[in-house]
Design a protein. Structure first.
Length: 91
């Protein structure tokens, strides 16, 4: 679909945050604005997004903690198996 040039006035802090988000995600600001407009047109409000965003951040932290635990368990397992091999006289 062809794009139509549209001017949008943003507050300075909005422009700064938008530019930072674009840089962080490797996207351009126009893509992010179009995505936000699409969400608005679908009826998604920022009030609805906040709890979802919070839950996503908590889930990410939980997954990182699980990965850390699994990595530690895997290290212990490798050590245990190496000790078993040593006790059996394996090369």
């Amino acid at each position: 679909m062809p794009l139509v040039l549209t001017q949008v006035y943003l507050e300075a802090n909005q422009k700064k945050a938008l530019s930072a988000r674009a840089k962080k995600t490797g996207r351009n600001a126009s893509d992010l604005v179009r995505e936000a407009v699409d969400a608005l047109l679908l009826g998604v409000s920022t009030a609805e997004l906040k709890p979802l965003d919070d839950a996503t951040r908590r889930a990410e932290a939980d997954i990182k903690a699980m990965v850390k635990t699994l990595d530690a368990t895997a290290r212990e397992h490798r050590g245990f198996m190496a000790e078993i091999a040593r006790l059996r006289g394996a090369p």
